[in-house]
Design a protein around this ligand. Structure first.
Ligand SMILES: [Zn+2]
Length: 690
């Protein structure tokens, strides 16, 4: 339940300064732009704000910022990512050059980055570093060896026939339990394997060609590669058939099936899961969550009907596909980019290597790198200011719950209990991750990636059976994103997003409440969206709504589903109202809460709400500034291929609808701009939940 799309990554997901600490001269030398949260120069005031507020707020930005060749989309969040990446680059280059006086963490991030960036060494090594993995796969002499082999592959970050990890027990948020879930496949989502429209069929053909070419580049003959690609597609299609769709997975009840290991093994007799767990060195598992039981009974049917050579082709494909391109020789790296970057996202060019290596280091050692980032870009005062803003938004939500006309007093009491229990995590963790057992070897690119994956797998597995660590973060500090976790009941704002243009202390409250306030309101509202509302104050999946209130909530949510179903994202492809429901509820509730909090703040500080601002604020009233700041947070150009991918996989709506789709529902917006009822941005019928 994040603010922005989470990157799709190969292998495991390893998981400012409001007033910049460094000087302006240093900023400029580093290539930093001066980003403002509200910038009237980015607007297109020839557009009527009551007709298309997104174009009105962002029109000039959209014209001035074509998508760079090495991006699939480019928006204001990408601008901030660019800024953050320059800071990280300078940290990493310094650590890479440093000698014996480096701290252990500086040695790790510096050597990791220096090794990643050395393209010649990676090319010279070719596929040799991956050979031990490929050898283990070829050595598989019968399907009986699969539990040990897949455990080995999982231990170095290569997921195969299913996923395994740890998670809080949905019904006992104090405990970590083991979780088996459906496999990640080579195409982005189940629907990609069964849609029959021309574009989807073509994409599947392109995928199969990509798999075949990859096998050829790994040394197979043309015919063998084609045969193996067929086998991969066949197995993946079978597994996709047994999988839940992304919409189905949004229902927490649908992905919670707690059982004993013995019971689970009984449903999948053709795969010895107890042996798999032993091989992976997992502590004793007394109970576990089998997220999608149907997938595993399906897997049990696929295994006997698949021959050993086909399975080995599937495992080889899993291994190469999930090996990050920065550790592969050029031809394989290019081939992977051609499908996943060019075809799937429409991105013409690969990113320069340094950008990919900054990202790779952040994934592997994010809290070591993030610690230095925070020291440079996020001060204790910044943290304090964000905390105050967060508390303002939370107070607004309390008042908002009180005045809801559709919710009973009993449910309101429980809702406020939950609200008061939300933990605010801001900037960075209180306790930094200890990387002392992770060895980084200069010159061993693939080894570093595998050891980082192994470190993360071990960290996850070690949680099983233990109490939950509530201090843990699921994003690294430099990340331009934020999230709510319903099982922790916490909101998390990495230092990376608490920077201009999302938070800008040089500008007025109206601006920061519209921007950062909207982000905070969004995450907070996730606790009360269609998914988050099913968890209670302690983070347990537990009914706390009266049936009548639940019914009224669902009716209101259906209004939002219908609204977003009506938006055309690209060509003939509509936004999926059910897939994006939680995010749309969070956008809608979040901005309303931020505005309520702002009105309160304005009253306390004596702001004249009707008074127009000066040129820096575009001559806009404070309420108008609030909404334009919100709108400008979403300025973004998208390639059509990427939009198509997002509509089918991303729970977030495209930016234009995150602005216009929200504002049409707010009477406060209509009032701020004096729109007439019936104009496009001020419809007579509205959706309202929070
Ligand atoms: Zn979200």
């Amino acid at each position: 339940m994040s603010f922005l799309r989470m990157p799709v990554v190969a292998g495991l997901v390893l998981a400012g300064s409001l007033i910049p600490v460094s000087s302006n001269a240093q900023e400029a030398a580093m290539g930093q732009k001066d980003l403002k949260a509200l910038d009237p120069k980015l607007m297109d005031t020839s557009v009527d704000p009551c007709v298309n507020f997104y174009q009105y707020s962002c029109g000039t930005w959209l014209k001035q910022n074509p998508i760079p060749a090495d991006e699939s989309s480019y928006g204001r969040s990408t601008e901030l990512e660019d800024q953050n990446r320059l800071v990280l680059k300078s940290i990493l280059e310094k650590a890479a050059a440093g000698g014996s006086e480096r701290t252990p963490n500086e040695q790790k991030i510096g050597d990791y980055y220096a090794t990643c960036i050395d393209v010649n060494a990676v090319n010279e090594a070719g596929l040799k570093p991956l050979q031990p993995v490929l050898d283990r796969i070829s050595a598989l002499s019968s399907k009986d060896g699969l539990p040990e082999l897949t455990a080995y592959l999982d231990s170095i970050g290569i997921g195969t026939l299913f996923d395994f990890g740890s998670d809080q027990d949905f019904k006992d948020a104090t405990r970590e339990i083991a979780v088996f879930s459906q496999a990640d496949l080579g195409l982005p989502e189940k629907g990609y394997y069964d849609r029959t429209d021309a574009k989807s069929v073509k994409l599947r053909d392109q995928y199969k060609d990509h798999v075949a070419r990859t096998f050829e580049l790994m040394g197979e003959s043309h015919d063998q590669a084609a045969k193996d690609a067929d086998a991969v597609l066949k197995i993946e299609t079978e597994l996709a058939k047994q999988s839940l769709s992304n919409v189905e997975q949004r229902d927490p009840q649908a992905v919670y099936h707690k059982m004993t290991l013995a019971n689970f093994e009984g449903t999948v007799p053709d795969f010895a899961f107890a042996r798999y767990l032993r091989a992976l060195d997992v502590p004793p598992v007394d109970s576990l969550n089998v997220a999608e039981p149907k997938f595993f009974t399906g897997l049990n049917a696929v295994l006997p009907s698949t021959d050993l050579d086909s399975l080995k082709a599937y495992l080889r494909w899993a291994a190469i596909r999930q090996t990050p391109g920065t550790a592969l020789p050029q031809a394989l790296d290019d081939e992977s980019f051609n499908f996943y970057g060019k075809i799937l996202e429409g991105q013409p060019e690969q990113q320069p290597r340094w950008k990919r290596c900054v990202r790779s280091t952040d994934r592997a050692l994010g809290e070591a790198l993030g610690q230095v980032y925070v020291a440079q870009r996020f001060s204790p005062q910044d943290k304090q200011r964000t905390l105050e803003l967060t508390r303002d938004i939370e107070a607004a939500m309390g008042r908002d719950i009180d005045q809801l006309d559709w919710m009973s007093a009993a449910t309101k009491t429980r809702a406020k209990e939950k609200l008061h229990a939300v933990a605010n995590k801001i900037g960075y963790p209180d306790k930094w991750r200890d990387y002392s057992t992770l060895e980084v070897v200069r010159g061993d690119a693939l080894g570093n990636l595998q050891r980082a994956s192994a470190f993360e797998v071990h960290r996850q597995i070690n949680k099983i059976g233990k109490p939950v660590d509530r201090g843990e973060w699921g994003m690294t500090p430099p990340t331009v994103n934020a999230y709510y976790n319903p099982q922790m009941n916490d909101i998390n704002f990495p230092a990376g997003i608490l920077q201009p243009p999302y938070f800008d202390p040089r500008q007025d409250d109206a601006v920061n409440y519209g921007d950062a306030g909207g982000v905070i309101g969004h995450e907070l509202t996730h606790g009360f969206d269609d998914e988050g509302r099913q968890f209670d104050a302690a983070g347990n999946l537990k009914e706390w709504w009266t049936p009548e209130d639940e019914k009224k909530f669902t009716e209101r949510a259906d209004c939002v589903v219908k609204e977003y179903d009506g938006f055309v994202a690209v060509d003939d492809l509509h936004v999926n109202g059910k897939l994006t429901l939680g995010e749309n509820i969070a956008d809608l509730g979040g901005l309303k809460l931020a505005f309520l909090a702002y009105l309160d703040r304005a009253q306390k500080t004596g702001v004249e709400l009707a008074k127009k601002g000066d040129a820096e604020y575009g001559g806009l009233t404070p309420a108008q500034q609030f909404f334009v700041s919100y709108g400008q947070g979403w300025c973004q150009n998208n390639r059509p291929e990427d939009l198509r991918l997002r509509v089918q996989t991303d729970p977030h709506s495209p930016e234009e609808f995150r602005v216009n789709g929200v504002l049409v529902n707010l009477p406060e917006f209509q009032k701020a701009y004096g729109c007439k009822t019936g104009q496009p941005m001020a419809p007579a019928k509205r959706c309202a939940i929070w």
